[in-house]
Structure formats: structure tokens, C-alpha cells
Design a protein around this ligand. Structure first.
Ligand SMILES: O=C1O[C@H](COP(=O)(O)O)[C@@H](O)[C@H](O)[C@H]1O
Length: 332
């Protein structure tokens, strides 16, 4: 499997691109100097473009990806707020940008070359939206609004129009602070990590109505943890067996097993990782977790034990300053 790992480092304004070998070794392919502080990234489903959010002039910048995974700068489109998270619809026709500080989510069409364009719609008055996630139907946009303690839901049309969904919200407990989401490969469950109480909520999709409802909440911190919870990222393995969530105060990746149907999580361990793991990801073979340390300016590759999901660090690699986002491309 040919894979490339992209790591965004806003303070040094760089993207580091690494080739990921089958044995988990990384080799540096390219260091890209970005015209701005690069934060969130998302790869087009066809694997030919990478979209990145930049500051202080807020924009979404398109990079073209060549056959080796190297990046070539394309066009910049304006954003109505600081980019906190980027998403893309499953047909690869629209990019979503959530702005935590500007309380909005913008929807950007792509032109024939795949460049993101100015927004066609801006969803306003969403308090601290931390991510914008299209569910597996490609018709429901789910936006965890951290300061509202709920996931806002919007119907998403083929024309790229978002309108409030009939049962419009999924409430968390007060003070949870919903942040990032992951979907089970069976498409029946969604998971959301809550930043402020370091929990993960499980949402089951009703087969008949298509509506999600919460079925479990699970704390992800060690029993003796007494600091301030500060969870960040969440990812599920391609086979749906293991879910990982990071916490920045403790610099831990929490390891959760997922029941066969996806409905139930169990906390089975913790992995000490890079300092302040704001962003991490799982490779497409489901063998490695690659984590960026916002305060270590390094990434680490950890191997997943396929029997129980436990992690073993293989190696760390230097990247840029403030590393905080990891995206992984499979080249076909
Ligand atoms: O996780 C967090 O994110 C928000 C928004 O981040 P930004 O990079 O878009 O400014 C941040 O303000 C908050 O402190 C942090 O916990």
C-alpha cells in the first residue's frame, strides 16, 4: 500500500509530507512552505487535492497532489472566519470550513480543476463549531457546537445547500463541549469526543427513521487523572474494531474497543504520546496511529496490536513548530 502522511505546523507555516512504508517507517518526501499559518487539512476523496485552512488572512488553499504525493500550490479562496476544521462531502463537490472563533461554518464549491471557491453559503450563529462532518449518507451535515453542548444537524442537498434538519440537534451533558466526530464503517453509529469533560458519546442511527440518538457516554481518562480535561481528536480503525481519542493535558491517546455492531465502547488502555496531541490519524491499513505533538514539534508512529488495540511507539520524527494536524493519503 502506497501512503503519504501530511503534517501541518502553523507556527513555522509548513506542511511536511512523508512516505509511509508498510513497516511503519516514514521518509521525508517534501517540506512545503505555506503562505500562512496552516491548520486544518482535508484530502479530496479522489486523492488528487489537499485543502488547507490558513491564517491570519483567512483562506482555504488548494494543493494539487501528484502521483508520488507531492504538493503543488493552487488557488486560495476567502473564508468568513478563522479555519478550525475542514470537511468535504463524500462526492468531493463541496468543502466545509468550521470557524470556532467566528461562530460560523462556510460551504465552498469546487471548480473544474478542484480549486475551492468562495462560499456559496455561510451558516451563522453556531456557537464555537469545532468541526463539520458529513455523515455516510452524504445528506446530513453534523456540526458539534462546543459552546452549545449539542451537535447541530443540517440536511445537505445535492446542490450543496444546507437547511436545518427536522430533529435539529443532539444534546450532550452540560459542559461537555462536543468537538470531533468519527463514523463506524457499518454506517450505523457516529462517535463524538467532548473536549471539556474528555468523554466520548456514541450515537446510533435508527434504521427506519435515519435519526441518530445517543446510546452511550464513556469517560476516556485514567481513573487517577485529576487535571483539567482537554480532549481533542478522535479516529476509528478502518475495520471498526478500535477507537482512539486524544487528551492534550495528559498527552495521552485513550484506547477503546468497539463492540462488533459498533454500539458499545470499552476503555482498555492509554498510550503516552507526544506533548499536547491536538491532531492524530490512523493509516489506511489500520496498522498505525500517527500523532502530532503541538508542543513537541514532532510526530510519532505507533503500531496497533490487532488483537487488543494497544499501541507501541515505533519512532518519532521532527516536523515544524506547533504541529497539530495529520492527514493520510492512500495512493492508488
Ligand atoms: O481546541 C481548541 O480549539 C479552539 C479553537 O482553535 P483555533 O485554532 O481555531 O483558534 C481553541 O480556541 C481552544 O482553546 C482549544 O481548546
Amino acid at each position: 500500500m502506497k501512503q503519504v502522511v501530511y503534517v501541518a505546523s502553523p507556527e513555522s507555516q509548513q506542511i511536511h509530507a512523508f512516505r509511509l512504508a508498510d513497516n511503519g517507517e516514514l521518509s521525508l518526501l517534501q517540506t512545503v512552505e505555506v503562505p500562512g499559518q496552516v491548520q486544518p487539512m482535508v484530502i479530496h476523496p479522489d486523492g488528487h487535492r489537499l485543502y488547507v485552512g490558513v491564517r491570519p488572512e483567512f483562506g482555504v488553499l488548494t494543493y494539487h497532489i501528484d502521483g508520488e504525493g507531492k504538493l503543488e500550490e493552487g488557488a486560495m479562496a476567502p473564508l468568513p472566519g478563522s479555519p478550525t476544521h475542514l470537511g468535504i462531502d463524500l462526492q468531493g463537490r463541496f468543502v466545509f470550513s468550521a470557524s470556532y472563533s467566528f461562530n460560523n461554518v462556510s460551504i465552498h464549491p469546487l471548480d473544474e480543476k478542484g480549486h475551492a471557491l468562495a462560499p456559496v453559503q455561510v451558516l451563522e450563529n453556531i456557537q464555537a463549531p469545532h468541526s463539520a462532518n458529513i455523515d455516510p449518507t452524504n445528506h446530513l451535515l453534523m456540526i458539534p457546537a462546543l459552546k452549545e453542548d449539542r451537535i447541530r444537524q443540517f440536511d445537505f442537498s445535492v446542490k450543496g445547500e444546507a437547511t436545518p434538519h427536522a430533529s435539529a440537534e443532539l444534546k450532550t451533558v452540560e459542559g461537555a463541549g462536543p468537538r470531533h466526530m468519527a463514523f463506524h464503517p457499518n454506517h450505523h453509529f457516529a462517535y463524538c469526543v467532548n473536549e471539556l469533560n474528555s468523554t466520548v458519546d456514541v450515537y446510533q442511527k435508527d434504521v427506519a427513521s435515519g435519526e441518530y440518538r445517543q446510546v452511550q457516554t464513556l469517560g476516556i481518562m485514567p481513573a487517577d487523572f485529576s487535571g483539567t480535561c482537554w480532549a481533542a481528536d478522535l479516529h476509528i480503525t478502518p475495520d471498526g474494531k478500535f477507537l482512539y481519542a486524544s487528551d492534550r493535558t495528559a498527552s495521552l491517546i485513550s484506547i477503546l474497543t468497539v463492540s462488533a455492531d459498533g454500539s458499545e465502547l470499552e476503555l482498555v488502555g492509554h498510550h503516552a504520546t507526544q506533548t499536547q496531541p491536538r491532531g492524530f490519524n490512523i493509516d489506511h491499513s489500520g496498522q498505525y496511529v500517527i500523532t502530532a505533538g503541538q508542543k513537541s514539534d514532532a510526530i510519532e508512529v505507533a503500531k496497533i496490536d490487532p488483537k487488543n488495540g494497544q499501541l507501541t511507539t515505533l519512532k518519532t520524527y521532527p516536523v515544524g513548530k506547533g504541529a497539530m494536524w495529520v492527514s493520510i493519503l492512500e495512493i492508488n
